[in-house]
Ligand binder design. Structure first.
Ligand code: AMP
Ligand code: ZN
Ligand code: FE
Ligand code: FE
Length: 297
């Protein structure tokens, strides 16, 4: 249908680990035929003002967002021993319609930046112990060239690729810097309750990002996890995402419906860092409109 409208409520810019500057995303969305976008950089709102300006110029609706990294441990069936499943999984909580200058959000951004700044050199040290010729200054200089404000593992991975140590990012994560990799170092993450409360404090809706990345053992376990997040104040779940197949989209939509949660969706576009394209998930624009009216309540 030619008159169908789409939105894309999950993407990254150079303010975190994307490769497009935030002010360029509006024009790209326009060219792709996307009506509304949310910028959801990892643990930072630093790109939101520039992205809003770019969207205004391009005539694209803008949703100010953030993607907060949280610790899945407290959601385990037995939080004391921590289920192995939830220790392996990733818990990202999107904040949509947040105020970019909320003091509590700025505070957790600083806390998460400090956690990465402590962990990153430790990863590089472990790589050096394994005989890889890499200096932390090389990672910093790559990040500077890209205009990045928050340095993360993808930047370390890019240096490993540039040096010919690995051929691609997914090998860099699998072999070295991802969980289970030989140079993996865990960093501090926020308790989920703190992440949700901070998003609410900033006037935003808290949405579980890419549920599939929780690496739940069964759909029953996923429902228990979402139930616990809902008790903590979760507002919605991301049904459409580039990692979700059509069955998963249907299943997550069913869960949202019977748990009375909102639904969201987005590509998780990272620029040239990943093969995903902006707008590729064809998220119906109605989702954005429904989220907008819930955020206004
Ligand atoms: P950090 O937040 O610094 O720990 O880096 C995590 C980021 O690395 C994630 O947000 C993803 O963008 C990226 N990432 C995580 N796992 C992978 C993977 N297996 N392959 C490629 N990129 C990944
Ligand atoms: Zn990322
Ligand atoms: Fe994520
Ligand atoms: Fe993301």
């Amino acid at each position: 249908m030619a008159d169908e409208l789409f939105c894309d409520l999950h993407m990254h810019s150079t303010a975190s680990d994307g490769t497009d500057p935030p002010q360029a995303l509006g024009a790209l969305a326009k060219a792709t035929g996307v009506q509304a976008i949310a910028l959801t950089d990892h643990d930072t709102t630093a790109g939101l003002v520039d992205c809003a300006n770019g969207c205004r110029e391009a005539g694209v609706e803008f949703v100010p967002g953030i993607e907060v990294s949280a610790d899945p441990g407290p959601l385990a069936d037995h939080p004391d021993d921590g289920s192995p499943v939830l220790r392996r999984g990733t818990l990202h909580i999107l904040g949509l319609f947040v105020r970019h200058d909320d003091p509590l959000l700025l505070q957790i951004s600083q806390q998460m930046k400090d956690a990465r700044d402590t962990r990153n050199p430790a990863i590089v040290e472990r790589l050096r112990e394994q005989g890889i010729d890499i200096q932390y200054e090389e990672v910093e200089s790559l990040a500077r060239r890209q205009g990045t404000r928050v340095i993360g593992r993808p930047h370390i991975g890019q240096v490993l690729i540039d040096k010919g140590v690995v051929n691609d990012m997914s090998t860099a994560f699998k072999q070295f810097i991802g969980q289970g990799g030989s140079a993996y170092v865990r960093r501090d993450r926020l308790p989920p309750q703190h992440a949700i409360d901070s998003i609410h404090h900033a006037g935003g809706l808290a949405v579980l990002a890419h549920p599939v990345q929780l690496h739940y053992a069964s759909l029953n376990e996923l429902e228990r996890i979402i139930g616990r997040l809902r008790e903590m104040g979760l507002d919605g779940i991301e049904t459409h995402h580039s990692d979700h197949n059509p069955e998963q989209i249907d299943h997550f939509s069913d869960i949202a419906q019977h748990m009375d949660l909102l639904t969201s969706g987005g590509s998780d576009y990272h620029g040239s860092r990943k093969p995903v394209k902006l707008g590729q998930c064809r998220v119906p624009y109605e989702k954005c409109a429904a989220l907008q009216s819930a955020a206004n309540r």
